[in-house]
Design a protein around this ligand. Structure first.
Ligand SMILES: [Zn+2]
Length: 254
């Protein structure tokens, strides 16, 4: 199992990678997003050099607000165009898997229509990604619609799509992370880890919310030994470092 950390896309990417490397993470979860980590602002050679210096792996992550499920066709098409700009950067940096987030249209549209819009865009994204030797992972987010039933349908309709399991998101609306792990065990290629009180998507350090980590990680370890990103958004990053130590210890013990 490998533990990674994301760059804050509102900050200088190289400085962010430097911190991740110095604090001995295994990989960078590369958040290519507005407004500092956008393709036109990234120095590929310097980024590569820094990743090499700290022997950091890298996984790809696009903006959570990419409108892949918008009822407006032109916006769905624009989201593909925008993602392709990111795919170019990811492929130059040696990324294999890229995250695309779920995106549900507002209340005027049904979940069924939301699935239809997203499936249409995801099929295009999977096809475009292949040109860059990239694979797409779908990350369910923090809405009521991101349940096992809807996610299953999307994965079934887009055959080459993989799953990015965000354990915090899988703990909302009475959902249980274990049901996602068991159901999608053959599709999970990446994991985000953070805690919450099962009510709001708080991105807390591990152990500060209601998730039963021993139980959840025991189930995960049965099927998975890949990359886990600490998506702990505390202002004081010591809490992320503490989560890293706690996760490593608990994982080894299970
Ligand atoms: Zn996440």
């Amino acid at each position: 199992m490998k533990i990674g950390f994301p760059n804050n896309p509102r900050k200088d990417l190289l400085k962010e990678i430097e911190w991740i490397g110095k604090n001995k993470f295994d990989f960078v979860d590369l958040f290519l997003e507005e407004d500092q980590a956008v393709p036109e602002k990234i120095d590929i050679e310097k980024t590569k050099k820094l990743l090499r210096k700290y022997r950091l792996g890298v996984t790809g992550h696009t903006a959570w607000y990419l409108p892949i499920g918008s009822p407006i066709k032109a916006l769905r098409e624009a989201s593909v165009k925008e993602a392709v700009r990111y795919f170019e950067v990811f492929s130059k940096l040696g990324v294999e898997f890229v995250t695309i987030h779920a995106n549900w249209p507002s209340g005027m549209f049904s979940e069924k229509e939301g699935i239809k819009f997203q499936v249409e865009t995801l099929k295009k994204l999977v096809k475009e990604a292949k040109r860059f030797n990239l694979k797409i992972m779908y990350e369910p987010i923090d809405t009521y619609a991101d349940n096992v039933k809807n996610v299953s349908e999307i994965l079934r309709k887009v055959p080459d799509l993989f799953l990015h399991l965000d354990i915090g998101h899988a703990n909302l609306f009475g959902r249980m992370p274990e049901e996602f792990i068991k159901k999608f065990r053959n599709k999970i290629k990446h994991v985000h880890l953070h805690d919450n009180n099962s009510d709001k998507d708080l991105h807390l350090p591990m152990g500060c919310g209601s998730i039963d980590w021993e139980k959840t990680l025991k189930t995960l370890k049965k099927y998975y030994n890949g990359t886990i990103t600490l998506e702990v958004f505390s202002k004081d990053k010591d809490y992320a470092l503490l989560t890293k130590e706690k996760l490593r210890k608990l994982w080894n013990k299970l």
